[in-house]
Design a protein around this ligand. Sequence first.
Ligand SMILES: *[C@@H]1O[C@H](CO)[C@@H](O)[C@H](O)[C@H]1NC(C)=O
Ligand SMILES: *[C@@H]1O[C@H](CO)[C@@H](O)[C@H](O)[C@H]1NC(C)=O
Ligand SMILES: *[C@@H]1O[C@H](CO)[C@@H](O)[C@H](O)[C@H]1NC(C)=O
Ligand SMILES: *[C@@H]1O[C@H](CO)[C@@H](O)[C@H](O)[C@H]1NC(C)=O
Ligand SMILES: *[C@@H]1O[C@H](CO)[C@@H](O)[C@H](O)[C@H]1NC(C)=O
Ligand SMILES: *[C@@H]1O[C@H](CO)[C@@H](O)[C@H](O)[C@H]1NC(C)=O
Ligand SMILES: *[C@@H]1O[C@H](CO)[C@@H](O)[C@H](O)[C@H]1NC(C)=O
Ligand SMILES: *[C@@H]1O[C@H](CO)[C@@H](O)[C@H](O)[C@H]1NC(C)=O
Ligand SMILES: *[C@@H]1O[C@H](CO)[C@@H](O)[C@H](O)[C@H]1NC(C)=O
Ligand SMILES: *[C@@H]1O[C@H](CO)[C@@H](O)[C@H](O)[C@H]1NC(C)=O
Ligand SMILES: *[C@@H]1O[C@H](CO)[C@@H](O)[C@H](O)[C@H]1NC(C)=O
Length: 446
Amino acid sequence: MAVSSLLLLVTLYATQAAQAAVPNELFSPLIPQKVLTTSESLPSPIMYPQYTNTWNVSNPGKWQDFIPDTWTSGFFPASLYALNTRKNLCGATDANALGTADWLELARSTSSGLIPLEHNNTNLQHDVGFVSFPFSEELLVNPQNQTAKDAVNAFAADLAARFNAVVGCTRSWDTPDPTDFTVIIDNMMNLEVLWASYALTGNETLKDIAITHANTTMINHFREDGSTWHVVEYNSTTGQVIRKRTSQGFSDNSTWSRGQAWAIYGFVNMYNHTQNPDFLQTAQRAATYFLDNMPSDGIVPDFNAPLVPPPRPADSSAATIAANGLLFLSQVDASQAEKWSSAAVQILSNITTLAWDPSWQSLLSNGTVNWPADNFLTGIVYGDYYYIKAGNTLIEMGTNASTSGCDTTGTSASSSAGAAGTGASKNAASRQLPSFSLPRSLQDLV
Ligand SMILES: *[C@@H]1O[C@H](CO)[C@@H](O)[C@H](O)[C@H]1NC(C)=O
Ligand SMILES: *[C@@H]1O[C@H](CO)[C@@H](O)[C@H](O)[C@H]1NC(C)=O
Ligand SMILES: *[C@@H]1O[C@H](CO)[C@@H](O)[C@H](O)[C@H]1NC(C)=O
Ligand SMILES: *[C@@H]1O[C@H](CO)[C@@H](O)[C@H](O)[C@H]1NC(C)=O
Ligand SMILES: *[C@@H]1O[C@H](CO)[C@@H](O)[C@H](O)[C@H]1NC(C)=O
Ligand SMILES: *[C@@H]1O[C@H](CO)[C@@H](O)[C@H](O)[C@H]1NC(C)=O
Ligand SMILES: *[C@@H]1O[C@H](CO)[C@@H](O)[C@H](O)[C@H]1NC(C)=O
Ligand SMILES: *[C@@H]1O[C@H](CO)[C@@H](O)[C@H](O)[C@H]1NC(C)=O
Ligand SMILES: *[C@@H]1O[C@H](CO)[C@@H](O)[C@H](O)[C@H]1NC(C)=O
Ligand SMILES: *[C@@H]1O[C@H](CO)[C@@H](O)[C@H](O)[C@H]1NC(C)=O
Ligand SMILES: *[C@@H]1O[C@H](CO)[C@@H](O)[C@H](O)[C@H]1NC(C)=O
């Protein structure tokens, strides 16, 4: 890094030290190292990591693997594609450890275990969207890959078949009573597969279903204050709302933080596809609620849940998903771009301080999979995926990072940073300045 830009950074750091720094860990060589180790120890026949086993206190942080027909199976292959993207953005150096594997080859071979899931997805239901992510990633690398095209189109057709025009939504979970039509806020994320297939086929029905689902969700899943319900049950024959409740959150009336994060990302994505200002406004409301209700310590809880230990349901995956939603929002909401990207960096900084754990197989700890089911204090594969993706997006939002390495182990500015940080937030002062050239759009945040 040039001396002048270092001085600039230190000056900004001193004058705006209350703002969080981009955490070095986002670009740590531990990320490729851990992901490679996990990839080398996947079982055969293949199963995919979902969350870690913290309930074994003598041996915490070990991945638990699940059969391919599980909603989370696409996230590990998608993480491998994300490291391929990062290698293309950053180059491979000894310091960033991105040269230790052929990420694209690993991503492809690991994805192949998801086929032919699109013809036998008894457990996936609406979550075909999440499982399609690696195939959409493949199409960015090789738009001609017929296997990936077929998978995206088949998953989209599966989701489209769950659409009910009376309700105006695709069904999330199957229920014993088929007239009890359950829609969860997470389903906003699955709409992307409809757009992906529409892009491949031009089939307008897929696009229309996505728009109608989002429109209905915008009306029924949101409370006045911009918070969301996790579950809305409709009557499939009348279209009426029967009840609103939680499934994985703290209580029916709390706001499940991961659901709120899915809502931010999902509505920004709908806006990015349609330019419909209602979707942008909905994303802004969801984001504003999220940020306004964040406790001062920056740890993302179930909103409205009691904050007292033992331990409250913090969720590192909600934090990383929200950070991605906010970075995406900063890209489409130009007039408030800095507010949203600054908030994203703050969340990433706080969650890194809390949950980055080099001793675990996952990148992060402190995930809550399902509070009522006592499944919390875990690493979570989608929390890790969105952590890697946030790092990539921060690089992509900046200038040409490929020459400066994207690694954090080079020249250390820690002593200057320490001095400049005196009297600043503890969090910032204890950190080294990133040694890569920060994206221009982020320099004023440091
Ligand atoms: C917990 O981990 C320890 C150490 O690896 C192991 O010996 C023990 O069997 C584990 N217990 C359970 C219930 O998995
Ligand atoms: C095409 O994509 C699939 C699924 O992502 C992958 O398994 C396969 O290796 C790819 N084929 C080629 C030739 O790249
Ligand atoms: C489909 O999935 C179910 C449940 O996972 C499994 O029992 C069944 O054997 C699968 N069928 C085929 C044809 O793969
Ligand atoms: C478009 O997609 C819908 C929903 O999957 C399907 O029913 C319809 O047959 C498709 N249209 C064409 C022309 O393929
Ligand atoms: C939905 O409405 C129909 C017709 O009124 C009724 O028969 C059915 O029990 C309702 N289902 C639920 C889950 O409320
Ligand atoms: C959204 O839903 C409302 C209420 O059902 C309806 O009036 C409106 O036409 C819908 N808009 C779109 C774009 O589907
Ligand atoms: C949840 O909120 C509704 C509407 O404000 C209220 O009627 C109900 O009593 C609340 N339930 C609980 C358990 O707090
Ligand atoms: C937003 O839309 C543009 C134009 O379709 C697309 O190039 C871009 O990838 C989208 N952004 C994200 C983060 O999906
Ligand atoms: C979160 O960030 C704020 C502001 O930078 C800081 O005051 C606080 O100590 C941080 N908390 C954690 C747990 O990192
Ligand atoms: C974070 O996780 C650790 C165990 O990994 C736990 O001791 C700590 O209490 C958790 N913190 C919060 C705020 O949940
Ligand atoms: C980034 O830097 C590399 C090395 O200097 C150069 O080859 C490449 O063209 C640059 N890319 C862009 C988009 O400027």
